[in-house]
Every structure is written in structure tokens, then in C-alpha cells.
Design a protein around this ligand. Structure first.
Ligand code: NDP
Length: 481
């Protein structure tokens, strides 16, 4: 049996009794084992994520089954049959760390691919779009999803006030309130990179790209009533289902697809292809199969490997680039910033976040500096240097991303239709799906003032008259036309 030690490595003779002056106490200041134990417990929490706090994850593999190397030079897609290890983390958006899993919410769908050219993080959702198209709106939007400062309760009024004043949210609100708003398990939902990214190939040609992961387990969802009943029995249904399936050797799979848009097409589409509230219709940009993602290993330590897993869309690799998507640009800053704050400066050196390829940077001190720079020479601690330290490699230069325009606070609502794509989705729904959409929205609008309800109904009317009428009927209110 191993001997228990202090964190300093000293063997512990008694872990049952504090050191006291006599059997009735008091305890001694010199009982550093007691002090260390109490002090460690005080430090067991790190700040929870402001969004996506409650999560579930697992390790797995991406296997490339089709050749897409004409679009990207990324090593991960370099040949059919290539396998890349990965980590996923799924999450709800609004709920806190102790929130119930089976709540109606968008689900985060993040993947960290440990490639030979560095980590590529695809930090997406189970929906192809989002509520906003300008990152300046993000803190306000999230505020409406969180607790009211006075009541400390979530406020349906705040949610619908913001949404009804932000018609760009209609597409995502329709998805959220549809059957897909409460997936039964993380295995039974799709994943989307959501943003438009770019690919560039060895010839320096750029393509715009969207990423899709389609579940092979089939879609399955709870109704509001089923979700509420389940939450009454367990708040941890996703952890139970995902962890349990992988322990039993039932490895969930997703088929990976891309949509590819030639660079010049971006000026020709009727919608802004960099608008996060829009999809690219499949009829215009069909899904191109890439490979298969399988999850096959649970983490050994949830906190170390899932809670401290740090995904950032800024982690791209050669062959994958960004786009003018405004919300993507905002997230490129916000995600890594959040991790430096909540985990520490060198969070990417933690085993779960560390690349599996060599890392040679010149960043220096800071919290959790527990690794060597590995520059091959102790004198190489700045760059450029004359001692052969790591230096840049021109062969990885990304082709220029050409964007023109006046710097201004351009109105993000000008020239953007907010109704056509929600209408396309609404028209996909059969009668039963529509009824459930109406009743889910009505349930979510409980207590919302009439003025806000009518403002929202006017938006639904512009999507489809049946949409507005259906919600009005479910609410039992008269639609003011
Ligand atoms: P298609 O008929 O080619 O595709 C419809 C898409 O809708 C499928 O990807 C399907 O996913 C998905 N879908 C079905 N029900 C729901 C739901 N309740 N919530 C979210 N997605 C759902 O249509 P288009 O490409 O012309 O797009 C029409 C509408 O479909 C869009 O306006 C958008 O709302 C939605 N959609 C489109 C996507 C795209 O990338 N083009 C992606 C996802 C949704 P699945 O195949 O897994 O069943």
C-alpha cells in the first residue's frame, strides 16, 4: 500500500486525529497537516464559466474518410484514414454549475483536436446559428439569461424584452423553442461550428467553410413535461448518459461535414454569409462529407480534464483561418481571456489543454509556470537570438484575408433580413412540431407584460401568419394585426 503524504511529500503518520494539547484540545497551530487540508479545501473551486458552466465531456478520435485536401492544407485532413485524438465538452449555456441537464437551452458542442500542427478548437453549439450577430450585444444578451440583480431569479420578461427588441434572435429562438430545444442526451444532437471560418490550401487559395457534425445516434428530444419529470428524478441526466454509455463501450459517433463557399461568392449571396444568425442553405452549398468522430474514453478526473478543459476559437492550425464574422472576431478575444482569468496564465500547459506536438514559445513567467521553455538553449529566452532558438517559418504564412470598407459603427441590422430563414425552418415543421413550438413559446412567456408579448408576436407574424396566430392561441391572447 502507498504511504499517504503531505503535498510536500512528507509521510503522514495519523490522518484521523488533529494534534491537540491534551485530549480536549485546543488544536495546535503546528498541525500543518490540518492547516494544509483546510487550506486546500478552501481553494477547490475556480470561477465557474460565466456561460456554458455546466458541462460533460469525453475523449475520442476523428477519422478522415474523404479527401478534402484541395480546400485546406491542414495536416488533420491530409489523407484518408488519418486519425486525430480529440476532447469534446458539451454544455448548457445559461445554467450555472449545479443546473439541471435536461433544461431547455442551447447546448455547447466544443471539440479540441490535438493535431501535429497544434490544437484546433472548434467551439460550437448544437445549433447552426446564434441569437446575435454583433459581439457588442453578447454581455447584454447573456445578462437576460442570468439572474435579475434584485430578485436573484431568472426573468422571462428580460429574455423576451431583449429578444423582441432584437429580431436577429428569431432564428435561434425558433430552434430553441422547437423540439430540438431539449435533446435527450449529448449523443442525440448535432454539432455545428456555427461561425463561418476559412480554409486555405497549399496554393494559397481561400474558401469559406462551415462545419457540421451530424449525430449517428439519431435525434431524440424531451418535451417540456418529460424534461420537468426527469429533472425531478435526476439533475445529472447528461453526465449519467454520456459517461455511462462510454463506460459500457457504447461509443457515440457523428459524421463530419463541411460546406464550402468559394471566396468570391461571399459578395453574391442574398444573405451575409458571415452573419451568425444565418445558415447557408444546403441547396446552395451542399454538405461535403469529411469523416467520423467517435467518443470512446471518459476522463479519469472530471475537474482536471473537463472543468479545466479550455477551448478557444482562436486555436486554429495552418490551413484553417478566420472570417469577417463579427461574433467570431469577438470570441477570438473573449475565450482565451476567460481561461487566463479563471484557470491561469499558462492554462494551455495543463495536460488536458497541452498540444501533443512540440511547443516552443517565449512567454515567460506567471501563474502555474511549471514547465520548461524547451528552446534547446537556456540563453534562448528572447527572439530573435543568435543561439539557435526557435524562430518563425515562412512556409506557414497564411494568404492575406482581404477585407475592405470604411471603419465605422455600421448598423448591423441594415440590409439583413431576419425572417426568411426562420420561415424556411418553420415551413419544415409538421403540424405536431408547430403545436409544440407554440406551446413551448407560450410556456416560456409566462408573466411577460402584454406590450412585450405583442412586440414579439409582430415578429412572428413577419415570419409566418400561422406562427403568430399559433403562439397567440397558445397564450390565449388576441393577435393585434
Ligand atoms: P434543408 O431542408 O436542406 O435542411 C434542413 C435542416 O434543418 C437539416 O440540417 C436538419 O437537420 C435541420 N433541422 C430539422 N429540424 C430542426 C430543428 N427543429 N432545429 C434545427 N434544425 C433542424 O434546409 P436548408 O438548408 O434550406 O435550411 C432550411 C432551414 O433549416 C434553415 O433556415 C435553418 O433554420 C435549418 N437548418 C439549416 C442548416 C444548414 O446548414 N443549411 C443546418 C441546420 C438547420 P438534420 O439533417 O440533422 O435533421
Amino acid at each position: 500500500m502507498k504511504t499517504m503524504t503531505t503535498s510536500g511529500g512528507a509521510p503522514i503518520a495519523d490522518n484521523q486525529n488533529s494534534a491537540t494539547a491534551g485530549p480536549r484540545g485546543p488544536v495546535m497551530m503546528q498541525d500543518y497537516q490540518l492547516i494544509e487540508k483546510l487550506a486546500h479545501q478552501n481553494r477547490e473551486r475556480i470561477p465557474e464559466r460565466v456561460v456554458h458552466a455546466k458541462g460533460w465531456g469525453a475523449y475520442g478520435t476523428l477519422t478522415v474518410t474523404e479527401d478534402i485536401s484541395k480546400y485546406t492544407r491542414a495536416e488533420i485532413f491530409s489523407k484518408v484514414g488519418k486519425q486525430t485524438p480529440l476532447l469534446t465538452r458539451f454544455s448548457t449555456v445559461a445554467g450555472e454549475l449545479g443546473a439541471a441537464d435536461a433544461e431547455r437551452d442551447v447546448r455547447g458542442f466544443s471539440i479540441k483536436f490535438y493535431t501535429e500542427e497544434g490544437n484546433w478548437d472548434l467551439v460550437g453549439n448544437n445549433t447552426p446559428v446564434f441569437f446575435i450577430r454583433d459581439p457588442l450585444k453578447f454581455p447584454d444578451f447573456i445578462r437576460t439569461q442570468k439572474r435579475h440583480p434584485k430578485t436573484n431569479l431568472r426573468s422571462t420578461t428580460a429574455m423576451w424584452d431583449f429578444w423582441s427588441l432584437s429580431p436577429e434572435s428569431l432564428h435561434q429562438v425558433t430552434i430553441l423553442m422547437s423540439d430540438r430545444g431539449i435533446p435527450k442526451t449529448p449523443m442525440q444532437m448535432n454539432g455545428y461550428g456555427s461561425h463561418t471560418f476559412s480554409f486555405y490550401n497549399t496554393d494559397g487559395e481561400r474558401f469559406w467553410v462551415k462545419f457540421h457534425f451530424k449525430t449517428q445516434q439519431g435525434h431524440a428530444h424531451y418535451t417540456n413535461a418529460e424534461g420537468a419529470e426527469l429533472i425531478g428524478q435526476t439533475r445529472e441526466s447528461y453526465q449519467e448518459e454520456l459517461f455511462g454509455a462510454i463506460e459500457r463501450g457504447e461509443h457515440p459517433k457523428w459524421t463530419m461535414y463541411v460546406q464550402i463557399m468559394p471566396e468570391a461568392d461571399a459578395d453574391k449571396t442574398s444573405y451575409n454569409p458571415f452573419d451568425l444568425t444565418k445558415v447557408w442553405p444546403h441547396s446552395e452549398y451542399p454538405l461535403i462529407k469529411v469523416g467520423e468522430m467517435e467518443l470512446n474514453r471518459n476522463a479519469d478526473n472530471y475537474f482536471a480534464e473537463i472543468e479545466q478543459a479550455a477551448f478557444s476559437p482562436s486555436n486554429v492550425v495552418p490551413g484553417i483561418g478566420f472570417s469577417p464574422d463579427k461574433v467570431l472576431q469577438g470570441r477570438l478575444f473573449a475565450y482565451a481571456d476567460a481561461h487566463r482569468y479563471r484557470i491561469g496564465t499558462h492554462y494551455e500547459a495543463l495536460p488536458v489543454n497541452a498540444p501533443k506536438c512540440p511547443v516552443h514559445h517565449y512567454h515567460k513567467d506567471g501563474s502555474m509556470r511549471f514547465f520548461q521553455n524547451d528552446t534547446g538553449n537556456p540563453d534562448a529566452y528572447y527572439e530573435p537570438n543568435s543561439v539557435g532558438g526557435p524562430s518563425q517559418d515562412e512556409s506557414y504564412r497564411e494568404p492575406p484575408l482581404t477585407v475592405t470598407g470604411d471603419i465605422d459603427r455600421h448598423n448591423h441590422r441594415d440590409g439583413n433580413d431576419d425572417y426568411v430563414q426562420p420561415r424556411a425552418l418553420f415551413e419544415l415543421f409538421d403540424a405536431g412540431q408547430r403545436e409544440r413550438l407554440f406551446s413551448n413559446i407560450a410556456a416560456a412567456m409566462g408573466g411577460v407584460p402584454d406590450e412585450i408579448v405583442q412586440r414579439q408576436l409582430a415578429h412572428f407574424e413577419k415570419i409566418h401568419p400561422d406562427y403568430a396566430q399559433g403562439v397567440a392561441d397558445a397564450l390565449g391572447v388576441t393577435l393585434l394585426r
